[in-house]
Design a protein around this ligand. Structure first.
Ligand code: 6PG
Length: 239
């Protein structure tokens, strides 16, 4: 079992600053760094902060950006995780185009998943039959989902595939997601979770309560890597 660190911060802005410092440390080695980003609203604050830092704060020429999941929509769609990253980060930093590995949300989801899996297989080192990302950023939904592994498709945690097509339980929107065994194969996995609407699920997961057994986020525990929870006072339930 790998080790886990629970890091508590006053607010999302403090998480962004701390995460950036960690990212600088984690990307110090002179080699490619394969980073899978999460989507949703929480990462926006981090991306906005990263875009204000000096151009050489992070070694963008060595950082490869992937996505833990993507909505099956075009890149310029309001719900595209790539589109959000482009708006808040990519348009403000100098990173080689070949270092950006977006999921093609505009094509058939099964084809997008296949092409994404092929790109991962081509570029990322494997260990024990799974690609090893240097760092996978994750959020957690208020239903306990992570990436696009939702409670009603919790079997995706054990999928034999690197990527899968998932379905949002409410909207029916198709998603392409990394699967559970890829996430748990990573060198590092970092949850960034903020807000009072996550307090209950965070608490149930941290305390390993029975309620958590249906939350996909509860099963994220890197096989050999490190797990970090970046939480704010609200999501951790601190006054
Ligand atoms: C997505 C994300 C998803 C997200 C959680 C939390 O595509 O929506 O990857 O897993 O991390 O839903 O989203 P918020 O940060 O917006 O609460």
């Amino acid at each position: 079992m790998s080790d886990s660190q629970i890091l508590i911060f006053k607010n999302p802005a403090s998480i962004a600053e701390a995460f950036a410092k960690n990212l600088k440390e984690w990307t110090a080695a002179d080699k490619p760094f394969h980073l899978a980003l999460s989507g949703g609203s929480t990462p926006q604050i981090l991306f906005q902060y990263l875009s204000t830092l000096p151009a050489d704060y992070l070694p963008w020429s060595r950082i490869h950006l992937w996505w833990g999941d993507e909505r099956a929509v075009p890149a310029d769609h309001a719900e595209s995780n790539f589109g959000m990253t482009k708006t808040y980060l990519l348009d403000h930093i100098s990173i080689p185009a070949e270092n950006i590995h977006r999921v093609k949300g505009e094509v058939d989801p099964e084809r997008a998943a296949q092409e994404y899996m092929e790109e991962i297989t081509r570029l990322i080192t494997f260990k024990n039959d799974w690609p090893v990302f240097d760092l996978i950023m994750l959020g957690m939904g208020d239903d306990g989902h992570t990436a696009s592994i939702f409670p009603h498709e919790i079997y995706l945690l054990r999928s034999p595939q690197i990527c899968a097509v998932a379905t949002h339980p409410v909207s029916g929107q198709k998603r392409i997601t990394l699967t559970g065994r890829v996430i748990n194969a990573a060198e590092k996995v970092a949850f960034l979770v903020t807000g009072k609407n996550k307090t209950e699920k965070v608490s149930e997961i941290m305390k390993k309560l029975p309620e958590a057994h249906i939350y996909p986020a509860a099963y994220i525990q890197p096989t050999e890597g490190q797990l970090y929870w970046f939480l704010d006072y609200d999501s951790y339930g601190m006054a």
